[in-house]
Design a protein around this ligand. Structure first.
Ligand code: NAD
Length: 257
């Protein structure tokens, strides 16, 4: 059921964090994976690790906020692996900004990466799937913040709310083409990006913040990239053939807490 042998996938922002967790699970299931990232060195390091594990992977540098890079990334992937069946729109940024501190630059950057990038990577992937005469699976990484604002993340919350509605709109648009589009809304996942928010704090401060934070998660632990990788594997597989336009919340119970 979760066999992805013969399938080709692109994971944006696949070099580290949640994207890497997803790339590893898809590759373990037999998919050939294009690890697309703005940071080529980091993508190459991840691909190196994956190849050592016997997986099929290639690094493709792309800045998803640039529309032309979507088409190029998809073309490079198809050239390398011969096809495309799965797109995981994962790359995203989460700059802190309140009403008072929001700038046009922060707003545009967040929306261009988190929302515009996802739209045009999907468009390019759909064209490639259609050219090959088959459907496919698109998995979008939203956030619990797209359903419930955490605070001080205004452009991020707006972008992730947009990801959830765009997922539903794409699902409706693409169902006749045999393309399923679903989203995952992760809660607090331990990644290099998320840890960046703690930079500059003393260990005492980090311990206090972490303790307060864990109290909001009924399961009492933060998630791992693999917690999300396994959900993405499910949504990218035949097991999810009748699921489209859905949002799977993977947050250790945070939203019901
Ligand atoms: P991360 O910062 O650890 O990794 C993000 C990766 O994306 C990096 O490798 C980075 O180089 C790449 N990237 C950044 N901008 C890019 C661009 N313009 N084009 C291509 N690649 C780019 O992040 P993460 O915590 O793993 O988050 C991944 C996704 O999951 C994001 O969409 C984020 O919003 C979402 N998410 C994260 C959490 C969490 O707690 N970590 C929770 C909910 C949702």
């Amino acid at each position: 059921l979760f066999d992805l042998s013969g399938k080709v996938a692109i994971v944006t922002g696949g070099a580290q964090g949640i994207g890497k967790g997803i790339a590893l699970r898809l590759a373990e299931a037999g998919a050939s994976v294009a690890v697309s990232d703005i940071n080529l060195e980091s993508a190459q390091a991840t691909v190196g690790e994956m190849k050592k594990m016997g997986y099929k992977a290639v690094a493709v540098q792309s800045d998803i906020s640039k529309v032309a890079e979507a088409e190029r990334t998809v073309q490079e992937t198809v050239k390398h692996f011969g096809d495309l069946h799965i797109l995981v729109n994962n790359a995203g940024v989460y700059p802190f900004a309140s009403t008072e501190t929001m700038t046009e630059a922060t707003w545009d950057k967040t929306l261009n990466i988190n929302l515009k990038g996802l739209m045009f990577f999907s468009q390019a992937a759909v064209r490639a799937m259609a050219a090959k005469g088959h459907g496919g699976k698109i998995v979008n990484i939203a956030s619990v913040d797209g359903l419930h604002p955490t605070g001080n993340l205004l452009s991020y919350d707006a972008s992730k709310g947009g990801v959830i509605m765009l997922t539903k709109a794409l699902a409706k648009d693409l169902a006749p083409k045999g393309i399923n589009v679903n989203a995952i809304a992760p809660g607090a996942i331990v990644t290099p990006g998320a840890s960046g928010g703690l930079a500059g704090m003393s260990q005492e401060q980090i311990d206090a913040v972490t303790k307060a934070f864990l109290a909001t998660i009924p399961m009492g632990r933060q998630g791992t990239p693999d917690d999300i990788g396994r959900v993405a594997l499910f949504l990218a597989s035949d097991a999810a053939d009748y699921i489209t336009g859905s949002v799977v919340v993977a947050d250790g119970g945070y939203l019901v807490g």
